[in-house]
Design a protein around this ligand. Structure first.
Ligand code: URP
Ligand code: ZN
Ligand code: ZN
Ligand code: ZN
Length: 464
């Protein structure tokens, strides 16, 4: 058999441990893994001195996302171009139906938007923002189309927030059909009250975004939704998205110990940045929800990432340019008008590797678990994605473990002129990305074609 691609002398890391050797690729799939492959290949890459990991699966992106009166600046082309540059070969993006729109129409719209533009592969989650008989009826159909995970919001009152009774009905319906429930856990009612209070006192600077969304409101919402879901039953598979507090992780871990399939995702910005960023002149760029927390919370999250209590790391890539963030005003608008979201898809790898692995906080196995293996399992993509096994898609990120990089916007590929990590120094950088056997990124050059990514339908996950 002649191979399409032969990877030689790689130090390969999977969730189960490292091995050194060669990987043979044919028709986009891994066909052979061995100490020394001698077969003919159309292309051979020698990766001695580099680390090879499964292509990252970013389970949390918002490309072309209509939210807070703006549509995010990274469309499916720019966003997935940034993804592959960062070693992410699969994103799972959020279908966001318009108010009153049914789920299947929104699904078709998202497929149409994404298929023509994606460079990485992609899966889809479904946001549900309201409840009616058509929406409930379409949940099984959505799942049959490969959208097996959903996101429900306990915050963003008057936009995406659902009430407890609606959350209860939807968690039950999704779980009865084998789907996965993602929850944005913050107490939206109290946040709304605090926003009104601060505005009435003339407190409108970006830092009041933080004061209007204190830690306790994530902890309370997590506790509440975990209680509600535990009552529904053992068939619930639920994770709290973008968890920003150690306490919210502990709540889910306690339920998991009792046999429930409850998990947490966190994002790199909660691990790396703190509330002080909101007080800078460009503090408006650092507005996302939940907000950046204290250094004490950052430490708690790193511990829980290392221990295995945090299940996945997604970027929550949700990019607005400066004009959008400022709502086209000269002055920074009041904090509650600033669209929520930050970039991240391209920097998961260097931040977790450089600030986690290189600093001996997390192992390479944990790195692989949280960046590809676990998200692939949770969203029904495993073992096609998130694995280096014969038969799996030949998706790899290639890390130069010793490359020292100072992060700056000119190194990155998002459709904005800033990065929230500007000036941060990391050791370890993605130098090559292989997606289904094709080199789509190498040393600063994006080589992939627009629209060459594929929709990967999720299968109902089995979580043990
Ligand atoms: O601030 C954020 N996180 N923006 C994206 C929407 C969401 O809640 O994930
Ligand atoms: Zn071929
Ligand atoms: Zn959210
Ligand atoms: Zn998000």
């Amino acid at each position: 058999m002649s191979l399409d691609l032969l990877i030689k002398n790689a130090k390969v890391f999977t969730h189960a441990g490292p091995f050194e050797g060669d990987i043979g690729v044919k028709h986009g799939k891994i066909v052979k893994i061995s100490g020394d492959i001698q077969e003919q290949a159309d292309k051979t890459v020698n990766l001695s001195g580099k680390y090879v990991v499964p292509g990252l699966v970013d389970g949390h992106t918002h490309m072309e996302f209509p939210f807070m009166g703006e549509v995010t600046a990274d469309d499916f082309y720019h966003g997935t171009r940034a993804a592959v540059a960062g070693g992410v070969t699969t994103i799972v993006d959020f279908i966001t139906p318009a108010p009153g729109q049914d789920l299947m129409t929104a699904y078709k719209q998202w497929r149409e938007k994404a298929d023509a533009k994606v460079m990485s592969d992609y899966g889809l989650h479904m946001i549900i923002r309201e409840i009616n008989p058509i929406i409930l009826e379409q949940i099984p159909e959505v799942i049959r189309n490969g959208v097996v995970s959903f996101k429900l919001f306990m915050a963003y009152k008057n936009e995406l927030m659902l009430l407890d009774g609606q959350l209860y009905q939807l968690i039950k319906k999704i779980s009865d059909n084998g789907g996965v429930v993602g929850i944005h856990a913050e107490n939206g009612e109290i946040i709304y009250e605090l926003i009104q209070q601060f505005l009435s006192e003339g407190k409108a600077d970006p830092v009041y975004h933080y004061y209007s969304r204190p830690d306790i409101l994530e902890i309370e919402a997590t506790n509440r939704i975990a209680s509600i879901a535990s009552m529904i039953g053992k068939n619930v598979k639920m994770y709290i998205v973008h968890t920003s507090t150690g306490e919210a992780v502990d709540i889910m871990s306690e339920y998991r110990k009792k046999g429930l399939k409850f998990y947490n995702e966190t994002t790199p910005h909660y691990l790396v940045l703190n509330t002080d960023y909101l007080t800078r002149p460009d503090g408006y760029r650092y507005i996302m929800s939940p907000p950046l927390r204290s250094d004490e919370q950052r430490t708690k999250l790193w511990y829980r990432l290392a221990s295995g209590d945090i299940f996945t790391v997604g970027s929550d890539h949700c990019v607005y340019n400066d004009a959008q963030k400022k709502r086209y005003k000269e002055k920074v608008p009041p904090f509650h008008e600033i669209p929520n979201g930050v970039p991240g898809v391209e920097t998961i790898l260097p931040l977790l590797f450089g600030l986690g692995v290189k600093k001996d906080i997390i192992s390479m196995e944990r790195f692989v678990e949280v960046t590809s293996y676990n998200p692939a399992k949770l969203f029904g993509l495993y073992p096609k994605k998130g694995a280096i096994l014969p038969g799996s898609d030949a998706d790899f990120a290639v890390i130069d473990p010793n490359r020292k990089v100072r992060i700056s916007p000119d190194l990155l590929h998002s459709n904005i002129n800033y990065t929230i990590y500007d000036g941060l120094e990391v050791e370890g950088w993605n130098v090559m990305t292989i997606r289904r056997g094709e080199i789509v990124y190498e040393e600063g050059q994006v080589l992939g074609k627009k629209g060459s990514g594929m929709y990967i339908p999720g299968k109902l996950p089995v979580l043990v």
